[in-house]
Design a protein around this ligand. Structure first.
Ligand code: CMC
Length: 430
């Protein structure tokens, strides 16, 4: 095994093993570094820390590559539907016709939520953000649907645990929208496919029966696939970390939803559309917007731009950008926000600030325009991201829990507080 010497002031401190992963990625194994040397490593934001071994998703940020279980994202979006990709992420392989049918049946059998849970929605204020309702409802599934013990028939039981969450979270997401819109819930209907069912629960009305729109269904499948996994991002790391304490799957996924909500992560899709709408309304020049994004004294950032890992065009953004044109053309409509987004991208990509820092559009820059074209309201976009990311979170939760190398997550810190102090009697304190 190859080893690396760690030197301090020209003196060898220790040797650490070098690990090379399946794609040639190199890392230093510092598992015993503190034990052997007394040193810890410091890496705020974990930008250079491999926190686990994982066989789910491969991402090369320099080349702009993304693969789930070895399949390029471009191929999955073109050739599979979301349920097949969910199966792939969780099981590690694409389903056969029989397996796909069984999964679809399980999704249908497990789509309803307990009547008592339906009451929970009523008590939320109408202006609640859908992500707060989603997170609370997902963790609330646990007492109603405790995870099934895998001991008897691991494969069968796992499929049940997984499809139950995949199916019920879709129902919760649609109910959340209807609650906020002040509309009666529409139950899932087993005659529909996964995405059709979601759209039916969202958009059915008592006076007008839902008619599946193939353009919406195709777009939704593609968008959910684009979001289905992204290796060790903020929310997935949250899921793995919560799971590492052996908390239940619902608790871990609920934590993932909370982590996703922030505008630096999944909440960026809502923030992008709000930014574009605000530009359109104010008529502010795009050059001025870009100048503001560069100004360190202005908290404003170009939402939907930049990424911790991608130092080139995000492959998901490339697909989403193309989809905007296709979906709008198929629907025979246009959107002034798309034109604005394209102009903004063009200005930013020619600006030295963005070029030097390798800041490109990320997945959230164009997806909101497609959700908008489908009639999904802006505050639901991050819920849509969560729905797509769910199979990835589940796959990572299961992977962590079945990996003998994994331990409870517990990083170290650099302490910056006071040194040891004595407590003064209260009358002597100033
Ligand atoms: N607009 C203006 N400047 C930016 C932007 C932006 N969107 N993103 C990064 N920068 C600058 C940043 O100020 C820093 O400049 P300097 O080197 O002069 O200090 C430099 O680029 C490096 O950025 P960073 O903040 O150190 O990078 P990070 O890896 O810590 O943050 C990020 C990544 C995505 C949080 C950040 O780019 C950002 O806030 N983007 C806007 C929010 C957004 O679109 N988030 C969605 C991410 S993709 C969806 C997902 O998977 O979560």
């Amino acid at each position: 095994m190859c080893k690396a010497d760690i030197m301090i002031d020209g003196k060898k401190l220790c040797e650490v093993p070098v690990i090379v992963d399946n794609m040639g990625g190199k890392s230093l194994d510092i598992t015993n570094f503190r034990k052997e040397t007394g040193y810890i490593t410091y890496d705020p934001g974990f930008g250079n820390t491999g926190s686990c071994r994982s066989s789910i998703t491969y991402l090369d940020g320099e080349k702009g590559l993304l693969q789930y279980r070895g399949y390029p994202i471009e191929d999955l979006v073109e050739n599979c539907d979301f349920v097949e990709v969910a199966y792939l992420l969780v099981h590690g392989y694409l389903p056969t016709v029989k397996e796909r049918k069984k999964y679809a049946d399980l999704l249908n059998e497990n789509s309803l939520i307990h009547p008592q849970m339906r009451n929970f929605f009523r008590n939320y204020p109408d202006n609640a953000h859908p992500m707060s309702i989603l997170a609370a409802m997902v963790v609330s599934l646990q007492p109603f649907y405790p995870e099934i013990d895998l001991a008897e028939d691991p494969e069968k039981q796992m499929d049940l645990n997984v499809t139950r969450l995949l199916s019920k979270m879709r129902t919760i997401a649609a109910f959340t929208y209807r609650k906020i819109a002040g509309m009666e819930f529409v139950n899932p209907n087993s005659k529909y496919s996964y995405c059709e069912n979601f759209l039916n629960m969202m958009f059915s009305s008592p006076v007008k029966e839902y008619v599946p729109n193939p353009i919406h269904i195709k777009a939704l499948n593609k968008l959910l696939i684009l979001h289905a996994d992204h290796e060790q991002n903020c929310s997935t790391t949250a899921v793995r970390l919560i799971g590492s304490s052996e908390a239940n799957l619902y608790a871990a996924v609920s934590a993932g939803i909370c982590a996703l909500w922030g505008p630096k992560h999944g909440g960026a899709n809502q923030a992008v559309i709000e930014m574009l709408e605000q530009i359109l309304e104010s008529g502010e020049s795009l050059t001025k917007i870009v100048e503001r994004a560069k100004d360190k004294d202005d908290p404003f950032k170009l939402m939907g731009f930049g990424h911790r890992v991608y130092k080139t065009y995000d492959p998901r953004a490339k697909i989403a950008r193309k989809m905007c044109d296709e979906v709008l053309a198929d629907l025979g409509t246009s959107d002034p926000l798309l034109e604005l987004a394209e102009q903004l991208e063009d200005i930013a990509l020619h600006d030295p600030y963005f070029v030097e820092r390798n800041l490109y559009p990320n997945v959230d820059f164009y997806t909101g325009i497609i959700f908008r074209a489908m009639g999904i309201p802006t505050n639901m976009y991050t819920v849509m991201f969560a729905l797509g990311r769910l199979p990835g979170w589940i796959a990572h939760y299961l992977e962590w829990n079945h990996d003998p190398y994994e331990k409870i997550g517990r990083p170290r810190q650099l302490y910056t507080g006071p040194q040891t102090k004595k407590i003064l009697p209260i009358e002597e304190r100033t």
